[in-house]
Design a protein around this ligand. Structure first.
Ligand code: FPP
Length: 246
């Protein structure tokens, strides 16, 4: 696994415009301290602000974080309810600061399965921060890449059936217009914490040419210095998009 070198949070040439993070390891972080898993999720939520605030100096305009997957419903009822409560509290408590820091917040995922109160808070936060443009924070909540592609395909098929879209015109520019991320650029860098080297159904279509960083650090220990190191290392990657060096 990658070794992390300390580095200040100064602007880095060749920074990734869009960074996506799989925030893994909250449960293990809590267990190591003899605490319940939700303690780790609360510690993880506190980290989010530090990483969002680091983005402008690092040249990161878009940050997308994986908060709850379509598979996370399989967890215990206590953990799921605790996470939903955490999301409600997070939105309520952080809304003002996010707005004042110029953060535009969006949510991706199937929000219809979430409780009405949480859905309303998500809508309000998107509206409140809709004028901002300093950092674009996207929170994936009840999100799964396959579910997103399936929902997008359903809408695309409806447009075909209604005569609004000609099947002959469907190409790889078409489907992204139906994805939850339709207004976002593709991620340049995907980070996963906690030592697991898998993408777990996150941004499957969008990450086709992303660079990946799998690091051992557990999410509640992920600092802006570590973030800055990974952003700097991204600047050294040779991205060829399937082409060859001349
Ligand atoms: C994965 O760690 C983490 C989650 C499923 C939840 C992510 C949520 C947060 C970081 C907190 C809230 C975020 C916001 C935006 C308020 P895990 O539980 O799978 O850890 P483990 O692999 O060690 O068990």
């Amino acid at each position: 696994m990658a070794e992390i070198v300390r580095l200040g949070t100064k602007a880095v040439a060749g920074a990734p415009r869009h960074v996506a993070i799989i925030m893994d390891g909250n449960g293990r972080w809590a267990t190591m301290r003899g605490r319940p898993r939700l303690f780790g999720h609360h510690a993880g939520a506190k980290r989010v602000r530090e990483i969002v605030e680091a983005c402008p100096d690092l040249g990161v305009k878009y940050l997308t974080i994986f908060a709850f997957s379509t598979e996370n419903w399989k967890r215990t009822q206590v953990e799921v309810a605790g996470l939903m409560s955490l999301f409600r509290r997070y939105i309520t408590r952080e809304a003002r600061a996010l707005f004042e820091e110029g953060v535009r917040v969006r949510f991706i995922g199937d929000r219809l399965r979430l409780d009405r109160k949480l859905q309303a808070l998500m809508d309000e936060l998107e509206t409140l921060t809709g004028v901002n443009d300093r950092v674009h924070l996207t929170i994936a909540l009840n999100y799964g890449g396959r579910d997103e592609v399936a929902r997008a395909t359903k809408r695309l098929a409806q447009d075909v059936a209604a005569g609004r879209l000609n099947p002959a015109d469907v190409d790889e520019e078409t489907l992204p217009r139906y994805l939850d991320t339709c207004v976002l650029p593709d991620p340049d860098l995907v980070i996963r914490t906690s030592g697991e080297a898998r993408i777990s159904n996150f941004l499957l279509w969008q990450s086709a040419y992303a660079e990946y960083e799998f690091i051992d650090t557990l999410w509640p220990d992920f600092t802006k210095e570590i973030f800055a190191t990974l952003v700097a290392r991204f600047g050294t990657r040779d991205r060829r998009y399937g082409g060859a060096k001349p």
